[in-house]
Design a protein around this ligand. Structure first.
Ligand code: SF4
Ligand code: SF4
Length: 86
């Protein structure tokens, strides 16, 4: 199972709820690194918290299965879409 991102950009437009990304907040929750194309301009060097696979390996492996972890991430995307998608 792999995590599939549709590049809606919503997670990068609401980073004010993520303490690790405080320095990237442009003031309204939008990340300063989010391009108008919804891509990240520092993608290869993005912070750990933005990297689903890295976060699993570093912090969640051994606590929950990868399948469950990806499922939870997808649920997070759905919550953002339900809340903010127009
Ligand atoms: S909210 Fe989910 S689907 Fe949308 S850009 Fe972020 S990771 Fe991708
Ligand atoms: S650093 Fe990149 S992936 Fe992380 S919130 Fe900003 S635009 Fe999104």
């Amino acid at each position: 199972m792999t995590f599939e991102c549709d590049r809606c950009g919503l997670c990068c437009q609401h980073i004010d709820i993520i303490p690790q990304l405080k320095a990237f907040d442009s003031g309204n929750g939008r990340c300063i690194h989010l391009l108008s194309s919804n891509l990240c301009d520092i993608y290869p060097d993005r912070p750990e918290v933005c990297n689903v696979e890295a976060m699993y390996k570093l912090y969640y492996k051994g606590t929950i299965s990868e399948e469950e972890y990806i499922k939870k991430n997808k649920q997070g995307c759905i919550q953002l879409k339900n809340k903010y998608a127009k």
